[in-house]
Design a protein around this ligand. Structure first.
Ligand code: DC
Length: 225
């Protein structure tokens, strides 16, 4: 069944730049954006707050099903608390990767993610957007970059926020998270068979955005001006 609403999926490993690219592509098109990683980050954060063990799949899934989340003016509110920065830490990312390996959690978040697809269109960023959540998306991108380059980008981002972490440690963490995301039994990180794989190691954000917009223009004539 074809998607009724135009959907562009951008999947890839941590630090590939997909979040930045997805946000900019959505802005240029005037479409909605789904940051699916935020849902896993929020689930893990809420589970921690509630003292729920990540091994308790049923309890974590119950939290995912009833997340009291609100996205308002670029801020993320969890039960009224501004958690925008709290869910962006490296620990939150690692926690997210752990709860994301729980099949019941993925199931709990599936319909919610699909409901984001509303006119005029959606740019969905994650790990399984093209494979599981929006298998009929008309444009599928898998954005990759070398682990070293991804760690360097993340390092720069953290430094800009005044957070100093050591680069070798960051590379090790990114590799560990990738390994978990690629090897889990449900919805592992991998390109959809019909996705275009882009290696952004030597590309700027603008170059990647232009490339994606080019694919959108081809798939939906008249949409990109
Ligand atoms: O994109 P991100 O770094 O915010 O994602 C955090 C973690 O959430 C990532 O390590 C794996 C998981 N995730 C997922 O399993 N499926 C998605 N669609 C998005 C994120």
């Amino acid at each position: 069944m074809a998607e009724a609403v135009p959907v562009v999926t951008i999947d890839g490993p941590s630090g590939s730049g997909k979040g930045t690219v997805a946000a900019e592509v959505a802005r240029r098109l005037g479409w909605r954006v789904l940051d699916s990683g935020a849902l896993y980050r929020l689930t893990a954060y809420a589970a921690r707050q509630a003292g729920v063990d990540f091994d308790d799949a049923g309890a974590v899934a119950a939290i995912a099903r009833a997340l009291p989340v609100e996205f308002r003016d670029g801020r993320v509110l969890l039960d009224g608390e501004d958690v925008t920065a709290a869910i962006r830490t490296e620990t939150a990312g690692n926690d997210a990767s752990k709860v994301a390996a729980i099949p019941e959690v993925r199931e709990a978040l599936l319909q919610w993610q699909r409901d984001y697809a509303r006119p005029p269109g959606l740019v969905a960023d994650g790990r399984d957007m093209g494979t599981v959540v929006f298998p009929d998306a008309q444009v599928k991108i898998f954005l990759d970059a070398s682990a070293g380059e991804r760690a360097r980008r993340r390092h720069k981002q953290l430094k800009e926020q005044g957070i100093d972490v050591n680069l070798p440690g960051l590379i090790a963490e990114i590799e560990e998270r990738d390994h978990r995301d690629r090897n889990r039994s449900v919805a592992p990180l991998k390109p959809a068979p019909d996705a275009e794989v882009i290696d952004s190691t030597r590309m700027s954000v603008e170059e990647v955005v232009d490339l994606v917009l080019g694919r959108v223009a081809k798939a939906f004539p008249g949409v990109v001006t």
